[in-house]
Design a protein around this ligand. Structure first.
Ligand SMILES: [Zn+2]
Length: 231
């Protein structure tokens, strides 16, 4: 009896709010209110092989498929959710995004062929500060929707990279190309791996990860992010 009463008091004192709009949630709602859920801008890219996310990687790395679940816009709801995940320690927002991302790919032919999910690794120092890797949170959400295993200890980050935001594409690439390492290449040999990131922009970090993953013989790679900028 003690726990439910305590829980009741906690929800009275700290009512749950929508991670996208900040409005109070109904008891039947979780993390994101129904109204926001209907308004979030899905890309539909998972069904389009030559979509704008896939095109980012053309001529750079070979991918089986590449997609992002939602469009990211300045001050939009998706930006708010990603912000909650990355800077407000709101893992629930990330879990929601991961589950929704997983739902979009589990219906596709390529999505059904995936053997394991690998989140883009965060530098351990950065992970200590944040408390978790946001891509890993997304990956576990995708696992919930698809049942595909998540592997976090094979692809690892070796050195810290400087902040990415103010660099040109070339400078970013110089910055990221040698920073990932595959601990057990044999673990993904001949497998189809889904690489998971939060937001796809230039694709440089993903490109570096894919190069590293492709050190494993016959590894096939697909890429998914929770969000991308509208093309
Ligand atoms: Zn809302």
């Amino acid at each position: 009896m003690k726990l439910p009463l305590f829980h009741h008091l906690v929800t009275l004192l700290f009512p749950e709010v929508c991670a996208a709009c900040g409005q109070l949630l109904f008891k039947t709602e979780k993390t994101v209110c129904l109204s926001c859920q209907h308004l979030l801008p899905l890309t539909g890219y998972e069904h389009i092989p030559d979509n704008p996310v896939a095109r980012i990687f053309w001529g750079r790395v070979h991918l089986e498929a590449a997609t992002a679940c939602y469009f990211f816009s300045k001050r939009g709801k998706v930006q708010q959710l990603v912000h909650e995940l990355k800077y407000k320690k709101n893992r629930e927002a990330g879990h929601f995004l991961g589950v929704e991302t997983g739902k979009t790919i589990r219906q596709t032919d390529w999505g059904k062929q995936i053997d394991q999910i690998i989140p883009v690794p965060l530098h351990p120092k950065k992970q200590r500060i944040r408390g978790y890797n946001q891509s890993e949170v997304l990956a576990y959400g995708i696992r919930e929707a698809t049942g595909i295993a998540v592997v976090t200890n094979n692809l690892v980050r070796t050195v810290a990279s400087e902040t990415q935001t103010k660099k040109s594409r070339e400078a970013r690439w110089e910055n990221v190309k040698d920073i990932f390492r595959l601990q057990q290449p044999e673990d993904i040999e001949g497998k189809h791996v889904l690489l998971v990131d939060d937001v796809i922009t230039t694709g440089s970090t993903i490109e570096a990860c894919v190069h590293t993953l492709q050190q494993a013989p016959n590894a096939r790679i697909s890429v998914v992010a929770a969000a991308c900028a509208p093309a």
